[in-house]
Design a protein around this ligand. Structure first.
Ligand code: DI6
Ligand code: FE
Length: 405
């Protein structure tokens, strides 16, 4: 046996016992390799397992949670859109700016002009900021390249993050983010092209899922359907930016394709809720974009709850609608702006976020899961939702290895 490491004297929020957010006092985690080998109250640790311990860390009663999972980000891009923020404060809407050629397309131009090295450096700095708050897994979408070459560059940058940083990265192809200038007025032709890129991106191991933006300023449900058919034919799971600014029926469409998640959902209607519940699709709520666009209509939380739809929370980090690098702030906003409970919010950045990425080996502190966990300067789980603009994360362990950000 290679020997195991004991992390003891912890208050464990295992996230394994939803709906109650239970804490195990004087808890211990026994780590072997990159896995949790045993988890529980230290007094119950079997003597036979003690024999194999080669290192021990006393956590001094600190709160320990699963490593946080940011299941929706657009981390790879160049430039920023502070100018558009200023325009919106002077009265322009997000849709108006997009229609005038700004918005996503402004970031596409900056991204295409950036070198691989610059794209990677920007994304790595952002990933490190997320990791400093206990994030051990994150999803990265493409969507600011919009040519085969540039989408590939963005996805390759995301893959490189996963290789060079300790964080686990899942990649999502969001080439269907908006219609690029080369295909102006020809969205169907663009989506045909995108469908043609997917086999090569998949072959080269660059894509774990396919996403689209279903909205008046982007693609219609009929167009998304065609792209999803192509993705599913390759065995790639799908996700959808749905019902963010209007109810397009995107969530019901995504549910037909067994989408891992539907994301945003401020304008989700009753039929969409039922379709998601039937398909077991996760609702990923993104309070950063809601806040930054100064939206007033919150996602239909009571209906989602009543239907038993799993709820996740993510940063949606992107330069246009959610330039935040704090998943902890999103926890606070999910509670204050959307009315989520502490338990819901914490499940939303752990077990349910894992599910939104199709991962079942993380998000809970139980034997057999990956040894990804965060140590907090906190006593109660509620403290992670309560503070904002502060970072109580003290230590982060990625696959059994403690790493600084
Ligand atoms: N929804 C969003 O909020 C972001 N993308 C999307 O599909 C916005 C992206 C941007 O404005 O750059
Ligand atoms: Fe997004």
């Amino acid at each position: 046996m290679s020997g195991s490491t004991l992390w003891r004297n912890a208050r464990l929020a295992t996230m394994d016992d939803a709906p109650a957010c239970g804490v195990t006092e004087r808890g211990a985690l026994l780590v072997e390799g990159d896995r949790l080998h045993w988890v529980g109250a230290e007094a119950a640790l079997p003597a036979g397992l003690r024999a194999g311990i080669i290192a021990e860390h006393d956590l001094g009663g600190a709160l320990v949670t699963p490593g946080l999972i940011d299941c929706h980000t657009h981390l790879v891009y160049a430039g920023n859109r502070a100018n558009e923020f200023a325009q919106r404060l002077e009265g322009a809407s997000y849709q108006q700016i997009a229609a005038a050629g700004g918005g996503i397309r402004a970031t596409v131009a900056a991204t295409r002009a950036a070198s691989d090295a610059a794209l990677f450096a920007g994304a790595a700095a952002r990933a490190r900021a997320l990791m400093a708050e206990g994030v051990t897994t994150l999803e990265v979408k493409s969507g600011y390249g919009l040519t085969e070459h540039d989408e590939r560059r963005c996805l390759a940058s995301a893959r490189r993050l996963g290789r060079e940083l300790p964080v686990t990265v899942r990649t999502t192809c969001l080439a269907a983010h908006t219609v690029p200038p080369e295909f102006a007025g020809r969205p169907d032709a663009y989506l045909d092209a995108v469908a043609g890129w997917l086999p090569g991106l998949q072959r080269d191991g660059l894509v774990d899922a396919v996403d689209a933006f279903c909205e008046t300023v982007a693609f219609t449900p009929a167009q998304v359907r065609r792209l999803f058919r192509a993705a599913r034919a390759l065995g790639l799971p799908v996700k959808l930016h749905a019902e963010q600014l209007s109810d397009q029926g995107g969530a019901a469409l995504a549910a037909e394709f067994n989408a891992l998640s539907c994301d945003h959902l401020e304008h989700l209607g009753a039929a969409g809720v039922q379709a998601m519940a039937r398909a077991g699709c996760v609702a990923v709520l993104l309070p950063g974009a809601f806040y930054f666009l100064r939206e007033t209509r919150a996602p239909p939380l009571p209906a989602l709850r009543a239907a038993g739809v799993p709820l996740a929370i993510a940063t949606d980090h992107n330069p246009g609608t959610s330039p935040t690098l704090s998943l902890l702030l999103m926890l606070n906003m999910a509670c204050t702006l959307f009315g989520m409970t502490v338990q819901e919010a914490l499940c939303g950045v752990t077990r349910h976020a894992a599910r939104a990425l199709g991962l079942d080996d993380r998000g809970r502190l139980v034997a057999g899961q990956r040894a990804d966990f965060a140590v907090w300067d906190a006593v109660r789980p509620a403290e992670l939702c309560y503070g904002f603009g502060c970072n109580p994360c003290r230590r982060v362990v990625f696959g059994g290895v403690e790493r600084g950000p």
